[in-house]
Design a protein around this ligand. Structure first.
Ligand SMILES: Cc1cc2nc3c(=O)[nH]c(=O)nc-3n(C[C@H](O)[C@H](O)[C@H](O)COP(=O)(O)OP(=O)(O)OC[C@H]3O[C@@H](n4cnc5c(N)ncnc54)[C@H](O)[C@@H]3O)c2cc1C
Length: 478
């Protein structure tokens, strides 16, 4: 087939990444998004009180997430992604512990920062170091729970609460007791140990909505792709007779119109895909189980004060309900209002953490904001004398899929048994957890499959090369 017309359903990062990759190869693309805005789960909304565009939740990229960076490069927005050269951790003692690269090569580049951590006793730091070394030596895909590895390494509850769970919950939105070992190992090895740049946090200096509208959507339309909002696909129609395999021919939209195309990429979330699958795929063993995927919630609490409460751009808050603080006024280059200082507190895996003292009923919005506010005032006393001008909490109940044992069996590849029907989405098989990076990877993988199947030469591998693994890490890992 020469130069097919590809119709993409879903304008989240997966669909957008595929659209950009295909457009770069001269392929005609139409992208259909059911909502009036792009970005899916990584999106901005307008807060009606302040009139500001706020992200549904602060989204963090890391140095090891090379494909999200590639998407930024391809859409001329690499300079919108600012790399933080240090990470701040604040324990109950209130001290700011700065994580930054020391002079040693990976995996020891952060050893000095670990050694100086104020909220871990020396004995625990040694135990942590032993476990990290053991992690380098264990096979990446050994099937077991991460907690079993921690028990085997005799990691204390204090270390679990103040270190392992702090990192795992913010990266995977799940408790260490539930996550699959291989995904947890990936966070520590790929993120923190393998390369000096992997752990560095990267933040967009514009709201996500601007990133889509002013950068990606504009780039797509400037390059002749069509982006259609409020275009909700209801059904994929197909043709098939007794002798042929099925082929998708049209998509019927909610407004009763239809879209035609040659190749179809469905980039919707895992809890939407079953309803959309064309009949020949409904009983496909790889696809029919998508509904079994479990999801975890993430909550963000947005606080607007009348004066600055901290100069820090971000901080990890250890062993509290509030897990991360993002100083939105300091991070954003645009969209800030004089006299109003915006902070965002993120709580991952929020469903169990937001339970009241009885362990049964969830906190309501006021109780949640009051608890977070109290924690913020404990850490930054300036907040006590500042006026809280406005606050709101947003919970995304199905924010990310849970990387619990068995998850890989539920993640299908991007090709399906229908030759002109492909899948993308963070939940498809990428080897990555639910992240912007995972979504972009899935989009690039789907685009690569589409180009290959259409006989179009791929200019360069669409997936960006991983950060190199330090020779010392290779040697230690055997
Ligand atoms: C609160 C929260 C915090 C997060 N924090 C981070 C973070 O810090 N770092 C990070 O890397 N990741 C984070 N993530 C995860 C990240 O946002 C997702 O992994 C990623 O955005 C998923 O992209 P996607 O394209 O696969 O899916 P989605 O974003 O879900 O996109 C799917 C799109 O399909 C559309 N759609 C559905 N049905 C139809 C239909 N019938 N017709 C047309 N369109 C349809 C939807 O409207 C949606 O736009 C967070 C997620 C949430 C919710």
């Amino acid at each position: 087939m020469s130069q097919p017309h590809v119709v993409i359903t879903g304008g989240g990062l997966a669909g957008l990444a595929a659209a950009v990759a295909l457009t770069r190869h001269g392929v005609r693309v139409t992208l259909l998004e059911s909502r009036p805005r792009l970005g899916g789960r990584a999106t901005s909304i307008v807060d009606s009180t302040t009139g500001e565009a706020i992200d549904n939740c602060q989204h963090v990229n890391m140095g090891c997430c090379v494909n999200f960076q590639r998407l930024c490069e391809w859409t001329d927005t690499r300079d919108w992604l600012r790399t933080e050269q240090q990470l701040q951790f604040i324990g109950h003692d209130g001290r700011v512990n700065r994580f930054r690269n020391g002079p040693l090569p990976a995996p020891a580049h952060l050893a000095g920062s670990f050694a100086r951590l104020s909220y871990l006793p020396l004995k625990e730091k040694r135990s942590l170091g032993r476990a990290l070394r053991a992690m380098l030596r264990t096979a990446p895909n050994e099937p077991r729970l991460f907690i079993d590895f921690l028990r085997e390494q005799k990691q204390s509850q204090l270390l679990i609460d103040r270190f392992w769970n702090v990192v795992i919950v913010s990266a995977l939105s799940e408790d260490v007791s539930r996550v699959e070992y291989s995904y947890a190992r990936q966070v520590f090895v790929q993120g923190f140990l393998a390369n000096r740049e992997g752990w560095k946090v990267q933040l967009l200096t514009r709201p996500l909505g601007e990133f889509y509208d002013q950068a990606i959507a504009k780039w797509l339309t400037d390059h002749s792709a069509e982006v259609r909002l409020k275009a909700s696909v209801r059904e994929f129609e197909y043709e098939q007779d007794a002798h042929t395999t099925a082929r998708i021919t049209r998509a019927k939209l909610a407004d009763q119109t239809a879209v035609t195309g040659d190749v179809w990429l469905c980039a919707v979330p895992f809890d939407r895909v079953s309803k959309l699958l064309p009949n020949p795929l409904k009983n496909d063993p790889l696809l029919s189980r998508a509904e079994e995927i479990e999801a975890a919630a993430i909550t963000s609490v947005h606080l607007w004060y009348d004066r600055p409460i901290t100069e820090l751009r971000h901080a990890v808050l250890v062993d509290r309900l509030s897990q991360w603080m993002f100083n939105r006024t300091a991070i954003l280059e645009t969209n800030t209002t004089p006299g109003r200082y915006a902070y965002q507190i993120v709580i991952s895996n929020s469903a169990p953490l937001r339970l009241r003292g009885d362990g049964q009923t969830p906190m309501n919005q006021d109780e949640l904001i009051a608890t977070v506010r109290q924690e913020i005032e404990e850490i930054w006393p300036k907040a006590k004398s500042a006026e809280l001008m406005h606050s709101r909490a947003i919970t995304e109940h199905r924010a990310v899929f849970s990387v619990i044992p068995g998850i890989d069996e539920l993640r299908p590849p991007q090709r399906t048994s229908i030759p002109n029907f492909y899948l993308a989405g963070d939940w498809t098989r990428t080897g990555w957890p639910a992240t912007m990076e995972g979504a972009v990877r899935s989009g690039f993988l789907a685009a690569e499959a589409i180009l290959e199947d259409a006989g179009i030469a791929v200019k360069e591998p669409l997936l960006a090369p991983e950060l190199p693994i330090s020779p010392l890490v290779r040697w230690l890992g055997g």
